[in-house]
Design a protein around this ligand. Sequence first.
Ligand SMILES: Nc1ncnc2c1ncn2[C@@H]1O[C@H](COP(=O)(O)OP(=O)(O)O)[C@@H](O)[C@H]1O
Ligand SMILES: Cc1cn([C@H]2C[C@H](O)[C@@H](COP(=O)(O)OP(=O)(O)O)O2)c(=O)[nH]c1=O
Length: 216
Amino acid sequence: MDQQARRGQFISLEGIDGAGKSSHLDAIERLFAAAGREVVRTREPGGTPLAESLRALLLNEAMDPLTESLLVFAARRDHVVQVIQPALARGAVVLCDRFTDATFAYQGAGRGFDLAVLQTLERWVQQQEAGAALLQPELTLWFDLAPEVAAERLAGARMPDRFEAQPAEFFRRVREGYARRAAEEPGRFARIDADTRREAVWAQVEAALQERGWLK
Ligand SMILES: Nc1ncnc2c1ncn2[C@@H]1O[C@H](COP(=O)(O)OP(=O)(O)O)[C@@H](O)[C@H]1O
Ligand SMILES: Cc1cn([C@H]2C[C@H](O)[C@@H](COP(=O)(O)OP(=O)(O)O)O2)c(=O)[nH]c1=O
């Protein structure tokens, strides 16, 4: 098997809270499993015991935007080193519920935190060796939905955490943050129109995966 065929695939799912991304993780995992692939399903913040501890703090404790950004990237560093890089090296599919685009969308666009600082942290955390490209997902499925619709879907569905309790205006900025990241890297992002019934959302997700030729 050549190097190219041995390399794993790194796929992230993104979108504002309530956009519907988690609803499709099982089906994506099944598709790859049916194609004979090892799937490592994980999430951010989280994915390791250390990062899951940081997640609990991030979702529940008040803190300033720099602290929030540092904790998000500290969790990410542990996750990258302990889980993501080893899985990709052995050829697995890494299916990650959120990655760094969420930081640019939530801490950057949502909180208004300095994007240059986030870019520096991104480089520290995701650069595998000097001069090498940053570790990024090969495909980011961006579930795009208006904040009002997402809020309606979440109402009554679960107890809001510190992010989900934010007003619609916050999520409008987060959505714009995702749109900017997608415009910067159109080849990496697949925009999924999430404002439709589940089956139609799934059809778009499946098409984005088929297009990459990973399910043969
Ligand atoms: N296409 C859809 N139409 C209507 N409701 C949906 C759809 N997809 C998901 N939901 C519901 O919306 C809520 C949020 O979905 P979820 O997948 O948890 O979102 P996310 O992981 O993006 O926060 C859940 O109650 C889910 O059952
Ligand atoms: C990865 C990441 C998540 N978040 C936020 C977005 C979400 O509101 C929250 C947790 O994400 P998520 O796992 O989607 O929440 P849930 O399990 O409730 O659907 O963390 C950031 O603010 N910055 C980040 O870098």
